[in-house]
Design a protein around this ligand. Sequence first.
Ligand SMILES: [Zn+2]
Length: 240
Amino acid sequence: MPQLHRRVLAVWVANCFGDVFLLGSRINHSCAPNVHFAYNSALGKQTFHAIRDIEAGEELAIMYINGTNRTRGQRQDELKKWGFRCNCPICEDTSRGRKKEEKRVELFRLDQELATYTRFNFQHGPEDSWKKALKAAQRMAGLQKSEGLLNRDLSISYHDAARYSARLGDASMALLWAEKELEVDRYCVGVDHPHYSSESDTVRQLREAVESSLPFDQSSIKWFDSCDSPSNDNEACAVM
Ligand SMILES: [Zn+2]
């Protein structure tokens, strides 16, 4: 292959996430992003949403990897394919960076713990394991919020907290967590995203269950049947 073609191909691959975008592909990576991007199948477009207030002149940053709950070494390994080493405030070797990294290590540990509960105990597991999973999900959400990690990883933690609250028969808490999840998805992907409307339906069903005088039957809500969070649907969002 001619050298020029090689270079063009390398530039394409380095800037492609589903497609190459005139502006979107120019946004740099940060392990603490202020923008979330997602493919919206209803619009047929990649969309970019601010996930927190952004100062005038502040650089926009997205996350190239699913890395909020990963350690520095894991993040840097994954970023090698883009050919750079991340020097964001979380990765920098300063006392502030090391403190931030301690929180990422804890998030990784909690994520692994939660994955174990979800994989082995979600459908039939003892009630005690659901309680532990709920505690892990709540702790993750608290850490992510305090660290300003407001992307869809936070929404997944809320989703897990809602699911395990429902498993434990606590419809009111399931509703509370599901509403928080919906709010994160609202600002991350927008109300015009198909995932948002299906999630709104689930929250409506939960609210009806809480407001009704009938005993809570979590099996009536399809959302809880699956072990997989809808936040992980590739179609719903290319979370990077
Ligand atoms: Zn970084």
